[in-house]
Design a protein around this ligand. Structure first.
Ligand SMILES: *Cc1c(COP(=O)(O)O)cnc(C)c1O
Length: 397
């Protein structure tokens, strides 16, 4: 006879706890799951392009461009090869001259600064607001000089920068505003008079990316530009296709930055689901907000009152604990996390300028040591969310 009632119970408990520890397969983003839910639609859209062989400037590029324009309240849309090119084309279209200064937040993805430097312009970094992670509006005016030509607010992690004061400053100093909405497609900003505008439609130009992991993601590189100005729209379309309006007639210097027909066909299908994707991301964020509210060593993402959040990232800040140890602990328990961005731009070799020492941008420097982005995507299950929250709660840093 094996064992008595007494030692059966602990074995059962042991098994149960193993069961409980069965790790869901958690990913930062689940592009496969997202694809599988709309596989038929996507596959037939791809098939259509393959059979037509109209790989460059096929009809899907035009119809997707129209759908994009409609999504962003009717402003002009121009598609291009990626979000970095979108920013470059925007700056080329505004005729900025070598040596002109462009203001941008220092806490951003490298692409924002890269195109400025590439065109021979001078990036002028501004620290960010510790709560919103977006450009600290109060610091902009003190950095404006005679050479300043543009401000590039970045709507980081999915929430709009504080556009009303930014637009006011720009008007006062006659500056262009180019929005970088690569992380905030579909986010809405509310002005003090109650009017609501979409990310990418408030400045003279808005630039976005359809990198696969972005909120609206292609199956490769892709991007788009928005503008309310018809002549700028025309010019940016020309720049994106070798500076030509008529084939083989090149009126201005351009680049080769077309959106592939295949990507347009895929994006056209996915654009229909973007609002649902945003809802799903918000549900996951809400779950985190509720279940992590009591965890003492983290600060939850702040919700700005004047912007909706599309949760490209759900980014925590650690408090009085070693962020990297927490990250490692979570990794060991099967919870992936990411750090956006762990080396501030002013410490990057390519973007270092004279006088940029420790303490030049204290908020960004602090964020580089404390931010931690949790998995968030359109396919998250309650099991995954609860496992992630329980794992964070189990940490004793
Ligand atoms: C992704 C991203 C870009 C660049 O987009 P690509 O399509 O990768 O070139 C630019 N700015 C920000 C803030 C981004 O997140």
């Amino acid at each position: 006879m094996r064992g008595g009632g007494r030692n059966v119970y602990p074995i059962y408990q042991f098994k149960k706890s193993i069961l409980k520890m069965n790790r869901p397969d958690i990913k930062m983003v689940d592009l496969q799951g997202q694809y599988l839910r709309i596989k038929n639609e996507i596959d037939s859209a791809i098939q259509e392009v393959l059979m037509s062989t109209a790989f460059i400037q096929g009809p899907q590029v035009k119809s997707f461009t129209e759908a994009l324009s409609k999504y962003n309240n009717g402003v002009h849309a121009i598609t291009c090869a990626n979000g970095t090119d979108a920013l470059q084309i925007a700056m080329m279209a505004l005729d900025l001259k070598v040596g002109d200064e462009v203001i941008l937040p220092v806490h951003t993805y490298v692409a924002t600064a890269e195109v400025i430097a590439l065109l021979g312009l001078t990036p002028v970094f501004i620290d960010v607001d510790e709560k919103t992670f977006n450009i600290d509006v109060a610091q902009i005016e003190s950095k404006i000089t005679k050479k300043t030509k543009a401000i590039v607010p970045v709507h980081l992690y999915g929430q709009c920068a504080d556009m009303e004061p930014i637009l006011k400053i720009a008007r006062r100093h006659n500056l262009h505003v180019i929005e970088d909405l690569a992380q905030a497609m579909g986010s809405d900003y509310t002005f003090s008079d109650g009017s609501v505008m979409r990310a990418g439609t408030m400045g003279v130009i808005g630039c976005t990316s359809f990198f696969p992991s972005k909120n609206l993601g292609a199956f490769g590189d892709a991007g788009a530009i928005f503008t309310t100005d018809a002549s700028l729209a025309e010019k940016m379309k020309m720049i994106s296709t070798h500076g030509q309006k008529v084939k083989y007639q090149h009126d201005i210097v351009g680049v080769n930055s077309r959106l592939d027909t295949l990507q347009a066909a895929i994006l056209q299908v996915k654009l229909k689901y973007l609002d649902d994707y945003t809802l799903r991301r918000n549900k996951a964020a809400q779950y985190y907000d509720t279940h992590l509210a009591q965890v003492p060593f983290i600060e939850l993402p702040y919700r700005a009152k004047n912007s909706t959040h599309v949760f490209h990232q759900y980014t925590l800040k650690t408090k009085n604990t070693d962020r990297d140890k927490l990250k490692k602990y979570l990794q060991e328990k099967g919870v992936p996390t990411m750090i956006y961005y762990h080396i501030p731009l002013h410490f990057q070799k390519a973007y270092h300028q004279k006088g940029f020492g420790e303490g030049s941008f204290p908020v960004t420097e602090k964020l580089s040591k404390t931010v931690l982005s949790l998995p968030i995507h359109t396919e998250m299950t309650e099991d995954e969310l609860s496992y992630i929250c329980e794992t964070i709660q189990s940490y004793h840093g």
